[in-house]
Ligand binder design. Structure first.
Ligand SMILES: [Fe+2]
Ligand SMILES: [Fe+2]
Length: 227
């Protein structure tokens, strides 16, 4: 649990193992809607941008900040797909609660990025349903291969996200403190998610697999920056 934020409220949802198949499918459908319908995600924690004044930006700077925040928002859509796909197939007897906690923190990220895009007079990506579907498939496949691969995939993905966040914190217009505050909290959370997955027995992926993931993330970032 990140140190600078209050503990998340416990949700009333019971762990997956206690849900019937119908309940599980309804929960999945609810998550898909909250992920893909703009402005539908509700954060559990306060927005890290609170306390940071909105500052003047040129149109070009504002468009660039929106492009970066749109990439981060789509990254969070992918995270939802990955965690939901994993939940559908993986066993995760010892770390299911930690994975559910991580998935709830991803909803915060999703909602904060969405809100920032609204503040920047911009929009979420029209490609989000495609990236959600792809990520769900990858998460479900990794989960079916076994928990150590599934957790390894989570760790590798989160490490990739941390790299993006580092680049974006440097690439944002200097005065865009609201976006940067959001990315800083996300970075802290993602690093924690990666470590949790590794501690739970996730395998470290070899360089060629990580190279393939980098290639996929390049396709995503190039297309989503504008769309
Ligand atoms: Fe996230
Ligand atoms: Fe994460």
């Amino acid at each position: 649990m990140p140190s600078q934020v209050p503990a998340l409220p416990q949700t009333s949802a019971k762990p997956h193992r206690n849900l019937s198949r119908v309940d599980f499918l309804l929960t999945q459908a609810d998550t898909i809607l909250r992920t893909l319908v703009p402005h539908a995600a509700q954060p559990y924690r306060p927005n890290p941008a609170r306390g940071h004044e909105e500052t003047e930006m040129s149109d070009t700077e504002r468009r660039h900040a929106a492009g970066l925040m749109r990439i981060n928002h789509t990254g969070e859509v992918c995270a939802q797909g990955l965690y939901q796909g994993q939940a559908a197939t993986a066993k995760l007897p010892n770390v299911r609660e930690q994975m559910e906690q991580a998935a709830r923190e991803e909803i915060d990220h999703l909602a904060w990025c969405d809100l920032r895009l609204q503040e920047l007079d911009s929009h979420t990506s029209i490609l989000n349903p495609i990236f959600y579907g792809l990520s769900f498939g990858i998460g479900a496949t990794a989960g079916a291969l076994g928990d150590k691969y599934s957790l390894g995939f989570v760790a590798a993905t989160e490490q990739q996200v941390c790299k993006h966040l580092d680049e974006h914190m440097l690439g944002l217009p200097q005065q865009d403190r609201r976006s940067r505050a959001i990315l800083r909290q996300m970075h802290e959370d993602e690093a924690h998610h990666a470590q949790t997955a590794l501690n739970a027995g996730g395998v470290k992926f070899p360089a060629p697999v990580k190279g393939l993931m980098t290639l996929m993330s390049k396709v995503m970032t190039k297309s989503v920056y504008k769309l």
